[in-house]
Design a protein around this ligand. Structure first.
Ligand code: G1P
Length: 296
């Protein structure tokens, strides 16, 4: 275990995976750039990290993901135009986040899995604990996962995994943890298994796209063999980490939204719209109408 509790300064966001379930939309546009309301999904992820006090973000990208790097670059010409036309709200929408967070990127040479993507962050992260957020998953709620995990880390000083209970028939889609509940929504982990069958799963608490990792994870990743799906799995490296350090899991309070398939992407848009009174005022009569017509 780390003897001195360090602050969490950096976040790593792997965005290197294919968006197969969102084809053809995600053919030339990375799935993380598909919008939820007015901004790309990835912007919510970076905003969530910023809200938890992170000022340094590393995107682990792949060769077809240039648009994500471009999105976080300043665009001087656009900013000047908006300023000249006095479009302050739009100007803030394209520049405000950049003033709070510096976004860097590194390329994963080959798509060898989530574990390999995280290992690409080694040089940037150095010898510090860091937040890791999967770039295709966003959350809604009053306490977002990054803040919840940073707060848990400040108390516990160990690697922390964000968890969500899933139905038995869905365990094979996730990393599943086992261990002992030691407080309200708090588990001390004793095992983790990537995509187990319902019969072999150690429980129904799933790894839910947000982690605080300690720097020892990098040595564990170096020792991790190819696992589920023929990929280097972060879950397998965490099982090795567990032999060296305690790991805790916290059940996340926010609601997780998948944007990786059309139905869930559309639902996510509606949930986020329903949280914005001005948008909802315009949308709800339309939806009411549409549903009324359907019922007839
Ligand atoms: C990844 C992780 C898995 C986790 C899931 C959701 O799987 O490998 O452990 O449960 O994200 O956060 P993927 O969805 O990339 O197959």
């Amino acid at each position: 275990m780390l003897s001195v509790r360090q602050m969490i300064h950096k976040a790593v966001i792997p965005v290197a995976g294919f968006g197969t379930r969102m084809l053809p939309a995600a053919k030339a546009v990375p799935k993380e750039m598909l919008p939820v309301l007015d901004r790309p999904t990835i912007q919510y992820v970076v905003e969530e990290a910023a809200e938890a006090g992170i000022a340094d973000v590393l995107l682990v990208t792949a060769k077809d993901k240039r648009a994500i790097e471009d999105h976080f670059d300043r665009n001087g010409e656009l900013e000047e135009r908006l300023a000249a036309k006095n479009k302050q709200a739009l100007l803030a929408s394209v520049s405000e986040l950049a003033s709070r967070v510096s976004v860097h990127s590194v390329r994963q040479a080959e798509q060898r899995g989530l574990g390999d993507a995280v290992n690409c962050a080694r040089h940037h992260v150095g010898n510090e604990p860091f937040l890791c957020l999967l770039g295709d998953t966003i959350f809604s709620g009053d306490l977002l996962p990054s803040r919840q995990l940073v707060e848990a880390y400040q108390k516990l000083g160990t690697a922390i995994i964000g968890l969500e209970e899933v139905p038995a028939e869905k365990v094979s889609r996730y990393g599943i943890v086992g261990g002992q509940m030691i407080g309200e929504g708090l588990m001390r982990l004793s095992t983790l298994v990537e995509k187990p069958s319902p019969q072999s799963a150690p429980g129904r608490l799933a790894v839910a796209a947000r982690y605080i990792l300690t720097p020892a994870i990098f040595d564990c990743l170096d020792c991790t063999q190819t696992g589920a799906g023929g990929e280097i799995q972060l879950t397998d490296a965490l099982r090795l980490l567990l032999e060296r350090e305690p790991i805790h899991g916290v059940v996340l309070r926010a609601k997780r939204h998948d944007i990786g398939n059309p139905v869930d992407w559309l639902k996510t848009n509606l949930v986020f719209a329903s949280r914005d009174p001005r948008l909802w005022e315009q949308l709800s009569p339309f939806l009411g109408d549409l549903l009324g017509r359907e019922a007839r």
